[in-house]
Design a binder for this molecule. Structure first.
Ligand SMILES: CCCCC/C=C\C/C=C\CCCCCCCC(=O)SCCNC(=O)CCNC(=O)[C@H](O)C(C)(C)COP(=O)(O)OP(=O)(O)OC[C@H]1O[C@@H](n2cnc3c(N)ncnc32)[C@H](O)[C@@H]1OP(=O)(O)O
Ligand SMILES: CCCCCCCC/C=C\CCCCCCCC(=O)OC[C@@H](O)COP(=O)(O)O
Length: 233
């Protein structure tokens, strides 16, 4: 008798999924978070057994395990220019940041030995936080610029010494306003060290990168005509 309420739920759920794009959106959003948490539960022991702890090689495990998630959400990616990432040595990748779904795009193209810069709050996101730590993600305190700069300076040294790559979201936060936020400078301070440039090059590099990304963003956005629900996710 206790299970009597299950019947209406089983009937209403498909109905809502069929009739309401808003419901579908929030359903997918909850599924995404729960499924990523679950994947992380599986990935954590694998990473520990494979690498013994925090190690950038764990990003291969994460990448492999995350790549199929797009199918559940009805997402597909079109990749161009991937060959430019197939080069030796350290470099910095920058991308815009609209939502937590960006992680799926990131895993689609993430090169070997590449980790990312993330806000320190992510460390406390349950199993996802733990897998981020195991993957060598560099956590910064955005509220304390001097601390963040110190952490990024250390990351730059590791990047050069161990020939790793770093992925940075230079807007510094998620943004869904239909454009790009002004870039923070940290990514470009990293990049000059990877490329043997000087601090004088930071502003120009940042401005050029912003211009290129903005053009590409607007071009791609112009092609996007489909919406599955509320714009915020
Ligand atoms: C198997 C299951 C898996 C389940 C889980 C799946 C996946 C998980 C695994 C991986 C995915 C992880 C994805 C994580 C995504 C997380 C994304 C984020 O968290 S985005 C938010 C964090 N990122 C950032 O903030 C971007 C980096 N920030 C910066 O670079 C900033 O510059 C800053 C260092 C924080 C400082 O910011 P500030 O607001 O103070 O502004 P400015 O940039 O203008 O800088 C001020 C001033 O300082 C100078 N500066 C900056 N950096 C440096 C530096 N490194 N060295 C020297 N000087 C620096 C800058 O030039 C400015 O000075 P001036 O104006 O004179 O030029
Ligand atoms: C203890 C339970 C805590 C639950 C927390 C759930 C955490 C999310 C879980 C699964 C999502 C999949 C991994 C995605 C990681 C992406 C992180 C992300 O996108 O963070 C936002 C950050 O870039 C910028 O933050 P703000 O826009 O400044 O804010």
């Amino acid at each position: 008798m206790d299970a009597v309420w299950i019947l209406p739920v089983l009937l209403v759920l498909p109905l809502l999924l069929w009739t309401s794009s808003t419901f579908v959106f929030y359903f997918k959003k909850c599924f995404y978070v729960a499924y990523m948490m679950l994947l992380a539960v599986i990935a954590i022991p694998i990473c520990i057994l494979k690498s013994g702890g925090r190690d950038i090689e764990n990003m291969r495990v994460i990448r492999f395990m995350v790549r199929h998630v797009k199918y559940f959400l009805g997402l597909r990616f079109q990749v161009s220019g991937w060959e430019h990432l197939q080069t030796d040595g350290p470099y910095v990748i920058i991308s815009n940041h609209q939502s937590s779904l960006d992680v799926l795009g990131m895993m689609e193209v993430l090169p070997d030995r590449c980790s990312t810069i993330a806000k320190k709050e992510l460390l406390w996101a349950g199993t996802v936080g733990m897998i981020c730590w195991l993957g060598g993600i560099v956590f910064i305190n955005r509220k304390k610029t001097s601390d963040a700069k110190n952490v990024m300076s250390d990351a730059a040294k590791t990047m050069l010494a161990d020939k790793i790559r770093l992925w940075v979201f230079p807007e510094g936060t998620r943004n869904q306003n239909g454009g790009l936020l002004p870039f923070k400078k940290g990514a470009f301070h990293l990049a000059i060290q990877a490329q043997g440039l000087t601090a004088d090059d930071v502003t120009l590099l940042s401005e050029q990168s912003f211009g290129i990304m903005r053009s590409a963003f607007l071009e791609i956005s112009g092609q996007s005509v489909q919406s599955n629900g509320p714009s915020t996710h």
